[in-house]
Design a protein around this ligand. Structure first.
Ligand code: NAD
Length: 299
């Protein structure tokens, strides 16, 4: 039996993900309010429908939307139109609390739901090598697996509803903090006469080692593929890091965690985002350098 997939949200991530599903032989009922996104999906071989609710004719429905409010809105619109027991898979990055609400509402409406946020960015979406972090029932995870494997290189069942989103924000909380920490350390090294290459040669194999340094070095030179070598073109845009740290900050507060560094990292990126939203998040090193050179912080 062939599976039909509804796909809502054909943006930077959703468009290539939907295209990979078409390529794998699925019939994709696609919707996005933006005409250019619909045209692209049509060219990619999807069956574009005129309204969100029409995607509910599918056997399973995937959403790849900007935020949790929209996911809840779209779900409310689709639940009445969908066949009983339809599996809803939300791949957007949203608040853990919204993900749990979405799943509860789906179950209350007689459906099934998974949260399945991703990492790997636009390049991973195009290559079909995303990492999926999935929250929800084991049986629903098993049903979703063949579809997720088309779009992903790694698919991990993390736990119950909302726990996929938890994995996503815990990782990005750590990444945001470690990029700031690394940048402060690099700028201190600069002030003390330590070259970027010497810093890299020592720290990459010492106890301060991190993925931010060895795979995504925020200064040009030591890691030729990092965005620093390409004028900080994203990569992973500051706007997205700021969004994820905001979700992490909500979760820290909501769960009474003494997350002082996480809350500060969210503030630091929120400030940087006001001027540099479209640059790669590793460009935070340039902000730290500039602020370190300003007269008010000298002396
Ligand atoms: P995007 O803004 O490019 O795409 C979102 C799409 O959703 C847009 O095309 C928009 O028109 C569409 N949309 C809005 N309302 C809709 C509705 N009611 N029905 C159908 N479509 C609707 O965003 P993106 O970069 O593709 O990111 C999507 C999600 O993936 C976000 O939650 C983001 O945080 C997450 N994410 C993005 C990246 C990345 O590198 N871009 C990486 C990991 C996770």
């Amino acid at each position: 039996m062939s599976t039909t997939i509804g796909f809502l949200g054909l943006g930077h991530m959703g468009a290539p993900m939907a295209a990979n599903l078409v390529r794998a032989g699925y019939e994709v009922l696609a919707f996005d309010p933006v005409p250019a996104a619909r045209e692209q999906a049509e060219q990619d071989g999807a069956r574009v429908v005129g309204a969100a609710a029409e995607t509910a004719a599918a056997d399973l429905v995937i959403t790849m939307l900007p935020n949790g409010e929209l996911v809840l809105e779209v779900y409310a619109e689709l639940f009445t139109a969908a066949k009983p027991g339809t599996l809803f898979i939300d791949c957007s990055t949203i608040d853990v609390a919204d993900a749990k609400s979405a799943a509860e509402l789906a179950v209350a409406a007689g459906h099934r739901a998974l949260d399945a946020p991703v990492s790997g960015g636009v390049a991973g979406a195009a290559a079909g090598t995303l990492t999926f972090m999935v929250g929800g029932d084991a049986a629903d995870f098993a049903a979703a697996l063949p579809v997720l494997e088309v779009m992903g290189g790694k698919v991990v069942h993390c736990g119950g509803s909302g726990v996929g989103q938890a994995a996503k924000i815990c990782n990005n909380l750590l990444l945001g903090i470690s990029m700031i920490a690394l940048s402060e350390s690099l700028v201190l090294g600069e002030k003390l006469g330590l070259s970027h290459q010497s810093f890299f040669d020592v720290v990459s194999t010492a106890s301060g080692q991190s993925w931010a340094l060895t795979s995504y070095c925020p200064v040009p030179g030591p890691v030729p593929t990092s965005p620093a070598n390409n004028d900080y073109q994203p990569g992973f845009a500051t706007a997205l890091m700021t969004k994820d740290l905001g979700l992490a900050a909500n979760a820290l507060r909501g769960n009474n965690v003494d997350g002082q560094l996480g809350l500060l990292a969210a503030e630091i990126y929120t400030r940087f985002n006001r001027t540099d939203a479209g640059r790669d998040f590793s460009a935070i090193v340039t902000d730290i350098r500039e602020r370190s050179d300003s007269p008010s912080s000298e002396g």
